[in-house]
Design a protein around this ligand. Structure first.
Ligand code: DAT
Ligand code: MG
Length: 136
């Protein structure tokens, strides 16, 4: 079923010049871009986006990190877009969980600096797209 997913290239990916690499992998997979914006992240937006992690030990550093520089916010669209991008991204920890060939497995070392975010379910995708692209 065609669906939409919210992708973020996090501040580490933007500062390392990996926005093009991520977009290229999304496009080569066969997904299309429905929205694309380079933007700074207000604290309130970060809190909303990561609300499910409120209270966890890494929550505060996650918010500091995601608001530390610009992110590329992307809506990607296509058959199974949510699972397809999670597959491209690889597991959360770039070394322990992600395999080579994935974005995190190819470019990351540490769990906080894992380069990209991708929605994990249709409910998350709908909620997150509303946060980042309310007009979409
Ligand atoms: P994902 O981004 O793969 O959906 P998640 O939703 O569990 O992973 O966590 C959101 C982000 O929080 C993750 O991309 C990096 C950070 N994070 C997760 N677990 C962490 C941990 N144990 N220590 C530090 N940061 C963590
Ligand atoms: Mg997640």
């Amino acid at each position: 079923m065609s669906e939409r997913t919210l992708v973020l290239v996090k501040p580490d990916g933007v500062s390392r010049g990996l926005v093009g690499e991520v977009i290229s992998r999304i496009e080569r997979k066969g997904l299309t871009l429905a929205a694309l914006e380079l933007r700074s992240v207000e604290r309130a937006v970060a809190e909303q986006h990561y609300a499910e992690h409120d209270g966890k030990p890494f929550f505060e550093s996650l918010l500091e990190f995601i608001t530390s520089g610009k992110v590329a916010a992307i809506v990607a669209e296509g058959e199974n877009a949510i699972a397809a991008f999670r597959q491209l991204a690889g597991g959360t920890h770039p070394v322990e969980k992600a395999t080579p060939g994935t974005i995190r497995g190819d470019f990351g070392l540490e769990v906080q600096y894992n380069l990209v975010h991708g929605s994990d379910s249709p409910e998350s995708a709908e909620r997150e797209i509303k946060i980042w692209f309310p007009a979409l």
